[in-house]
Design a protein around this ligand. Structure first.
Ligand code: PMP
Length: 457
């Protein structure tokens, strides 16, 4: 049965973000059930999921109240469009709840199916905004190198990871990138104030190069996720927000990963006291029990678009599943679990133990850097700690990590051949956190048993 599925998968299912031939050679690992922080696969192995699926199952697996909320909604009415002037109760209530929780006056919500289409919605809304408010030249958008803003046709150009651009004719000439802070490998040094000043200057220089009158927006993650969990110095996000305001460009906080308690507060922006002009959400919004994302915009931006747009024109943007009632029901209940259910508080409680455990790995010969904020972290591997030498590609660290992750029964994400990313569910106990750290340390120890890696280290 399992062999059949693996064969069928190879024959018919195209997986995201793999080499297609590489996937055929490796095959699929099918997960079949989950409870709390643990998942079980089709072969019967149970692993602790230190990555919450794809940094999305923030509430953990088996949350019966989310399942019940979805089931109730599907039974009552499985679909009620948000198109035109129709609507449904869960979407309206969720929009209100998000407005209560979001920073500042981000009080208007457009629902999407995930993060990529939230980013694409933002790109369209920003263009529309400047067109209807009489500044049609403002079209260029800036994001950070190593940033991730999804996979949509336009958003993938703001993403700055090589394999999202190569052979995709991306980015477009209206999309630009500036260096992101990466203290461990930052040629500008380790001083936080200097790193912040360099980022602000890079933005100013880029805007000057394009011409301020042509620049629409800056897209930024409070902590860059897919680029390697690059935790910026405290105050960096605020400095970028303020610089964007000074330069008369919009500031979008991409909170697809950092939202919903991932870095401590409900939203990553709050860490630095930032109120963005726009905010994108997904993943933890429903704890991935249903697909859903959202774009939130400020009251001012909403009003400018509403008043600037011809009153007889229906603004042509929407998805069949915008505000899907079952997804909205899942979102509302997930948020109830984060707040009244105490998950956000639990995440904050276990975060110091997580940070302490990971930092403790710095004594390992292969660990060069540990970056952590809240329950979001990366461990960067090196073969020479003093020289901060990246492991040579020949060592195939990612492949070994994938194998060992399975053997040691701990799921994390192997990035770009020298990093492991962590994003455990907020429901973890301190024992779960200890299990993650212990198992990951044994992954590292086993890595050292690989002859070529031991020789290189
Ligand atoms: N923005 C960020 C910051 C992300 O991390 C992701 C996904 N990892 C996206 C956007 C895209 O979200 P989705 O995969 O739901 O389309």
């Amino acid at each position: 049965m399992l062999d059949d599925l693996v064969a069928l998968d190879k024959r018919h299912l195209i997986h995201p973000v793999v080499s297609w031939r590489g996937h055929e050679a490796r095959g699929v690992r099918i997960l079949t059930s989950g409870k709390g922080a643990y998942v079980t696969d089709a072969a019967g192995a149970t692993l602790i999921d230190a990555f919450s699926g794809l940094w999305c199952v923030n509430a953990g697996y088996g949350q019966a109240s989310i399942v019940d909320a979805v089931q109730r909604q599907l039974t009552e009415i499985p679909y009620a469009t948000n198109y035109f002037h129709y609507g449904n109760e869960p979407a309206i209530r969720l929009a209100k709840r998000l407005s209560e929780l979001a920073p500042g006056n981000l009080n208007r919500v457009f629902f999407t199916l995930g993060g990529s289409d939230a980013i694409d919605t933002a790109i369209r809304v920003i263009r529309y905004y400047f067109n209807v408010t009489g500044r049609p030249k403002k079209k260029h958008m800036i994001a950070f190198q190593r940033g991730f803003h999804g996979s949509s046709s336009l958003g993938s150009g703001l993403t700055a990871l090589k394999n999202f651009h190569d052979d995709f004719d991306s980015p477009t000439p209206l999309q630009h990138h500036i260096a992101s802070p990466y203290p461990y490998r930052n040629p500008v040094g380790q001083d936080p104030e200097h790193i912040i000043a360099v980022s602000v200057q890079a933005l100013k220089d880029k805007v000057a190069e394009i011409g301020g009158e042509n620049v629409a927006a800056l897209f930024a993650e409070p902590v860059q996720g897919s680029g390697g969990v690059l935790v910026p110095p405290d105050g960096w996000f605020k400095a970028m927000r303020d610089a964007a305001r000074d330069l008369d460009i919009l500031f979008l906080a991409d909170e697809v990963i950092t939202g919903f308690g991932r870095t401590g507060p409900m939203f990553g922006s709050e860490y630095d006291g930032v109120v963005p002009d726009l905010m994108t959400l997904a993943k933890g919004l429903t704890s991935a029990y249903q697909p859903m994302g959202a774009l939130m915009v400020s009251d001012e931006m909403y009003a400018a678009i509403a008043d600037g747009s011809p009153s007889d024109r229906a603004i042509g943007h929407g998805f069949t599943y915008s505000g899907h009632p079952a997804s909205a029901a899942a979102g509302f209940e997930a948020i109830r679990l984060y707040t009244e259910g105490g998950l956000l508080a639990n995440g904050q409680k276990i975060a110091p133990r997580f940070a302490q455990g990971l930092t403790g790995l710095l004594d390992h010969p292969l660990v060069g850097d540990v970056r952590v904020r809240g329950l979001l972290a990366a461990v960067e591997l090196v073969t020479d700690k003093k020289e901060r030498t990246k492991p040579h590609a020949n060592l195939q660290i990612s492949q070994h990590l994938a194998r060992l992750s399975y053997e040691k029964r701990v799921i994390f994400r192997a990035f770009s051949d020298d990093m492991a990313g962590f994003a455990p569910p907020l429901c973890c106990s301190e024992e779960d956190i200890d299990t993650i750290i212990r198992r990951f340390r044994s992954v590292l120890d086993e890595l050292l048993e690989v002859r070529e890696i031991r020789m290189a280290a």
